[in-house]
Design a protein around this ligand. Structure first.
Ligand code: SF4
Length: 240
């Protein structure tokens, strides 16, 4: 039985990879991932990456370099990253301050050698909760979960992993727990699965109106099958 369910998630991810292609591996440095998270707000991935590159090029990603940069100048460097650049600049200072306290090298070591300890530290950085910490651990190859963001989480829950509720952390935990037994220990696969589920949630399995007619995962999708059953005339058989 376990083999069959493991095959199901792997097959679904394989279908997504067929659709979208193999994703480019993400950055793998824990402090840079913290900066990436905080340098922009409510913008798409492309703009976030552009803002991060400008930060890296003009200021650098060393905590001392960030702290030496006055807030108005830092806010100007990251100005294209959405709302409240001054507030985002303050968060970068807060993150740099904590990175100096912990030590970037220590953080890099902990994500690989002691993920549970690293997770606690990561959650002290601005903008990093359970999902963010899990994602950073995964990208740095210290975690063995999917660490789904909100887009990937929506896909997982609709497919049938976990239960949606008005309590986001509870929904997150339920999906993480429900998918865990099917996950392999191949970190590269897990990273790709995270990226593919996220992209699918952004482009097809959208929050308000999922585009199920364009989805390669309809077969076995709990959400899709429930809607299909509701729209069938009373008394008719599935597929009739
Ligand atoms: S069938 Fe629809 S609800 Fe299910 S994963 Fe695809 S887009 Fe999302």
């Amino acid at each position: 039985m376990a083999t069959r369910t493991r095959h199901h998630l792997k097959e679904r991810i394989a279908r997504l990879e067929q659709r979208y292609g193999r994703p480019v591996p993400p950055p793998a440095d824990p402090f840079e991932l913290v900066l990436l998270e905080n340098c922009a707000y409510l913008v798409d991935d492309k703009r976030r990456a552009t803002v991060f590159r400008r930060l890296k090029r003009t200021v650098g990603t060393r905590p001392d370099a960030i702290l030496r940069t006055p807030l108005p100048l830092l806010a100007d460097v990251i100005r294209d990253g959405g709302m409240l650049p001054q507030r985002r600049a303050e968060k970068l200072h807060t993150a740099a301050d904590l990175a100096l306290e912990v030590g970037v090298a220590t953080l890099r070591r902990l994500v690989k050698q002691s993920p549970a300890e690293a997770r606690k530290i990561l959650k002290r950085f601005p903008g990093i909760g359970d999902p963010g910490a899990d994602k950073i651990l995964l990208f740095c190859r210290g975690g063995l979960g999917l660490g789904p963001d909100s887009n990937a989480l929506r896909v997982l829950v609709r497919l049938g992993y976990g239960r949606e509720s008005s309590d986001y952390p509870a929904t997150y935990r339920s999906a993480v727990e429900a998918s865990a037994p099917e996950l392999p220990t191949d970190v590269s696969w897990l990273i790709r699965a995270h990226q593919l589920l996220r992209r699918h949630g952004q482009e097809v399995c959208k929050r308000a109106r999922p585009l199920c007619d364009r989805c390669p995962l309809t077969s076995g999708c709990r959400w899709y099958l429930a809607r299909a059953a509701q729209s069938r005339p009373a008394g008719s058989l599935p597929g009739a």
